[in-house]
Design a binder for this molecule. Structure first.
Ligand code: PAF
Length: 282
């Protein structure tokens, strides 16, 4: 695996190839990331991963400084997964001057759910992803980028960005990988104490229970069921931000007439000082 830091070195490494298959990460890689790399590999003629903890998507009170950085282990995992090129820019490589041009996704998609609780988050994500795409794919139409469904809203926003800017990149969504008890794999799971780790599965259980209740036809009571699910978690000591049922197409709440509409249940809640997110398509 070739490791490159600068845009010039990345372009040199990718020069012989036409169709990069790309996985963007912030490092601290787990099996979910590696599954994306494995899915990406057959889709292109060179497999590229990036590791970059993107300051732009962290609010000042969030965990940018303490975000787990596990460089050696990440390199080993990517090498073992058959990644060909690892792009690991320093901040000054990716942002040689303050990034004052930014991508602002539409409020109706980016200021709800995660965007409501993390204002500016999707501006930071969209901006860095657009920039990483320019680094990896410039002059190479026909490439593929994989994004995990664990960050459901993120992969939707990126898909729309690619469509609206007519970027010649195919976005493929990878399924969420879960631990044996059902907890969605996440870099932030590493923040959990042993006791919290045992409790953490309750988020996915609450989403499942909520999804089953909504599907079993109590549609008129959706808001009541959502409030009940939040209450259940709160009583166990969580601080839920949202547990909600949305349409997969646009993440808006389903209307009474939307019976056949594909839905997704999304949730975010804090357990101790760790904020976890998860979702379930129903
Ligand atoms: O999902 C992530 O790890 C990040 O949001 C991403 C897509 C790598 C952008 O920094």
């Amino acid at each position: 695996m070739k490791i490159v830091n600068t845009l010039a070195d990345l372009r040199t490494a990718l020069a012989p190839f036409q169709r990069p298959a790309f996985v963007a990460t912030m490092g601290n890689l787990h099996d979910g990331h590696i599954a994306l790399v494995n899915q990406a590999r057959p889709l292109g003629d060179v497999t590229v991963a990036s590791i970059f903890v993107n300051r732009l998507q962290f609010a000042p009170h969030e965990d940018f400084d303490t975000y787990p950085r596990t460089w050696e282990a990440d390199c080993d995992k990517l090498r073992a997964a058959g990644c060909d090129v690892l792009f690991a820019p320093r901040e000054t490589d990716l942002y040689p001057e303050p990034q004052t041009y930014k991508v602002h996704p539409p409020a109706e998609l980016a200021d709800i759910l995660e965007g409501h609780f993390r204002p500016g988050f999707f501006v930071g994500v969209s901006t860095v992803v657009m920039k990483l795409f320019m680094c990896v794919f410039a002059g190479k139409p026909g490439g593929v980028a994989m994004f995990g469904k664990k960050d459901y809203q993120q992969q939707m926003i990126i898909k729309r960005m690619v469509k609206q800017f007519a970027l010649p990149i195919e976005i493929v969504a990878g399924e969420t990988l879960r631990a044996a008890d059902g907890l969605a794999l996440s870099s932030r799971n590493g923040y959990l104490s042993e006791q919290e780790r045992t409790e953490a599965v309750q988020l996915s259980r609450a989403l499942k229970t909520l999804g089953e209740a909504v599907k079993s036809g109590v549609a008129g009571k959706r808001e009541q069921l959502e409030a009940g699910a939040m209450q259940t978690l709160a009583e166990r000591g969580w601080k839920p931000d949202y547990l909600t049922v949305r349409r997969r197409a646009d993440l808006l709440p389903p209307h009474a007439g939307d019976a056949a509409e594909p839905l997704v249940v999304l949730g975010a809640a804090k357990l101790g000082s760790t904020r976890l997110i998860d979702n379930l398509e129903i």
